[in-house]
Design a protein around this ligand. Sequence first.
Ligand code: ATP
Ligand code: MG
Length: 248
Amino acid sequence: MTEPLLRLEELVVEFADPHRRVRAVDGVSLEIGAGDILGLVGESGSGKTTLAKTVLRLYRPHSGRILLQGRDITHLGEAALRPLRRHAQMVFQDPLSSFNPRHTIGRALAIPMRLHGVARPVPDVLADVGLPAGFADRYPHQLSGGQLQRAAIGRALSLSPALIVADEAVSKLDVSVRAQILNLLRRVHAERGVSLLFITHDLHVARFLCHRIGVMRAGRLLEIGPTAQVFASPAHEYTRTLLGTIVT
Ligand SMILES: Nc1ncnc2c1ncn2[C@@H]1O[C@H](COP(=O)(O)OP(=O)(O)OP(=O)(O)O)[C@@H](O)[C@H]1O
Ligand SMILES: [Mg+2]
């Protein structure tokens, strides 16, 4: 039996503040196979970002297990995680805040590659995501939102990850730019077979890109299945409500 790329088993993530404890992820189990695109949808506060950050072990779960390429990373410390980080990369909603404003794009791309011993030239990384070589000398604020998101995707791809986690990566972009970035992600997936965990509010976007869709509510995974099945015959009332908000 081959291991899935990622397996979550009964994952629970809690936040504690002095007044209360929030169970942001509440017993989620799922798998992502090599080359899969899994969409995660659900209303604000349903735990999508928390789940994503826990998958990348930016958070430590309260209980449950995270297996990446068959390896249990649930409790690994920072030193043990460091060499594994290149295998799972994240692309965020706001590309400007994910770049150091004082570093050129070239430097921003070069630093993680150097850290992980990758020798790919920066102009090649830029070309991979449709950006001209000259952008290496520009600063983040000199790029548009779409160009910057391309650079962020290039930065993730430069490390040849097995998984890219994209958290609302197209949500802030204009419709036409959004389509370009979605097509870029599609192309990258087709060419490299990288798996995607794609988080979005937008069911249209999820339908366009994702093989399977998981629906989250209040920290729980209500249902998960092939995209066509979730759209055609949603198992849960809540999913029907979500689907009711889009015009097909
Ligand atoms: N760092 C944190 N500290 C305390 N509580 C948090 C933290 N991050 C998230 N939460 C809480 O956990 C729950 C899930 O939040 P999360 O950001 O994962 O939801 P989300 O589905 O990504 O929402 P959105 O669609 O708005 O991005 C919410 O109740 C939120 O307030
Ligand atoms: Mg979020």
